[in-house]
Write a protein that binds this ligand. Structure first.
Ligand SMILES: [Ca+2]
Ligand SMILES: [Ca+2]
Length: 91
């Protein structure tokens, strides 16, 4: 089962379905730009974490907000700042 939502990272979960038993499964999607997982993306703590990731040259893909394959580059930092000022949105 795959799930996606605007502004969230997509995720998949394996689900086995049998004919005789109904089943439910939950997928918790992580918000893009919410690095400190406080449910508020692009706030001060997230900007600080992005700046640290940029300085450290991280390879963590969650910091690649513009999806160009380069995590925590200047474009990602600028995008996060723009989101914090409500002049851009994370897709
Ligand atoms: Ca946050
Ligand atoms: Ca990037």
């Amino acid at each position: 089962m795959a799930a996606t939502k605007l502004g969230y990272w997509p995720d998949t979960n394996p689900v086995t379905v049998t004919v005789s038993e109904p089943a439910t499964a939950d997928i918790v999607l992580c918000q893009k730009g919410d690095f400190n997982t406080n449910s508020e993306p692009a706030y001060a703590g997230d900007l600080a974490m992005m700046a640290d990731a940029t300085a450290a040259g991280t390879s963590d893909e969650t910091y690649d907000l513009d999806g160009d394959g380069n995590p925590a580059d200047e474009a990602d930092l600028t995008l996060l700042k723009d989101v914090s000022m409500s002049v851009a949105e994370l897709e």
